[in-house]
Ligand binder design. Structure first.
Ligand SMILES: Nc1ncnc2c1ncn2[C@@H]1O[C@H](COP(=O)(O)OP(=O)(O)OP(=O)(O)O)[C@@H](O)[C@H]1O
Ligand SMILES: N[C@@H](CCO)C(=O)O
Length: 318
């Protein structure tokens, strides 16, 4: 393969589920994974920052693995390159780090391959890899994305990001998605599923029509959150009481352990969440984020200044 011009892939973080939108609803957030590619004769992966403990810098790295598979599907060999990776998305915290890596790897491979795949095809490939489309769709398209995945196809509708703050309480401990899915029941009583899906419908409608006063009820969930209470000490209390402390709606972010609150009063809700976790002996980082309207992007970096995603665009620590 001929040398390529340096390029950068920027992928936003995401929060999935937002309560009852289990495995089907995601929203992009203003924290970013950045992948910078430059041509060189040998493969080199450089991880910038201090959050990468345990992440390999060889072919087992998720981004590289996804890229190699993409090249293999096209019957092409992946060229060597230098990849510099930097991220504000904490790993295994429920903010879609793996989906961002998968989306980033697929966009990079698609770019190097000359763009054989549409965004729909990239979403399908990311969904197969992740097992569910919620985080990947939000990272790929931005805003709020509602999906349905039947094991073969992914259908999706994208909506605008709500004009609200998203306060995240990010516990110091990690929780893998795999572990958080193991606690889910195989079956739900029919009446419970009916109630849960009615809340999910209400949530979608509220998000797409701006009925923020409905979020309190619409973000209630019976699909997954109650089963995950034991994994996140303090979660039940935060979900029960945050609304009295300024939250419009609260939920476990993805598979957790991070909790999110949609609010107009980020400072107040953040303080409350921190207090509750402290009572349970858990230290949390409170980050006030914003929904992010744009999806992942690829841009050539030669001769360009700083990317629009760089600088002071990320969440505010409170
Ligand atoms: N940029 C990255 N490069 C390589 N591997 C990554 C990267 N980001 C995430 N991963 C891999 O994905 C794992 C985390 O995936 P997991 O699904 O458990 O958590 P998450 O995606 O952060 O949370 P959730 O899916 O609940 O939002 C990490 O431990 C790491 O192995
Ligand atoms: N919908 C997924 C998101 C985590 O990747 C879950 O809750 O398990």
């Amino acid at each position: 393969m001929a040398p390529f011009d340096d390029f950068e892939v920027v992928v936003p973080a995401s929060t999935a589920n937002m309560g009852p939108g289990f495995d089907s609803l995601g929203m992009a957030l203003n924290l970013f994974l950045r992948l910078r590619f430059s041509h060189q004769d040998r493969m080199e992966i450089v991880l910038r920052g201090d959050q990468w403990r345990g992440v390999p810098t060889d072919g087992r790295n998720l981004v590289i693995h996804v890229m190699r598979e993409a090249f293999r599907r096209m019957g092409r060999e992946m060229p060597p390159f230098r990849l510099e990776m930097e991220s504000g998305i904490p790993l295994m915290r429920g903010l879609g780090s793996s989906a961002a890596a998968v989306v980033g790897g697929l966009l990079a491979a698609n770019h190097l391959l000359g763009g054989p795949w549409s965004e729909e095809e990239i979403l399908l490939q990311a969904t197969r890899r992740e097992g569910h489309p919620d985080n990947a769709a939000a990272s790929l398209f931005g805003g709020v994305v509602i999906c349905s995945w039947d094991g073969e196809r992914v259908y999706h509708v994208q909506g605008p990001p709500p004009p609200l703050h998203v306060v995240t309480a990010i516990p110091s401990f990690s929780l893998s998605t795999e572990q958080a899915r193991r606690v889910l029941p195989r079956n739900l009583p029919h009446s419970r599923a009916v109630l849960a899906s009615s809340r999910a419908n209400l949530l979608t409608a509220a998000l797409l029509t701006g009925r923020w006063e409905l979020l309190e009820v619409a973000m209630e969930d019976w699909f997954h959150q109650p089963y995950r209470f034991p994994l996140v000490p303090g979660m039940e209390e935060v979900l029960a009481d945050s609304r009295r402390h300024g939250a419009l709606g609260v939920a476990l972010s993805g598979a957790g352990p991070t909790l999110i609150a949609l609010t107009r009063e980020p400072g107040r809700v953040g303080r409350f969440m921190k207090e509750v976790f402290a009572r349970h002996g858990i230290s949390v980082r409170i980050l006030s984020l914003l929904p992010f309207a744009e999806g992942a992007s690829v841009r050539l970096t030669i001769g360009m200044g700083r990317s629009k995603f760089m600088g002071n665009t990320e969440g505010v620590e409170t």
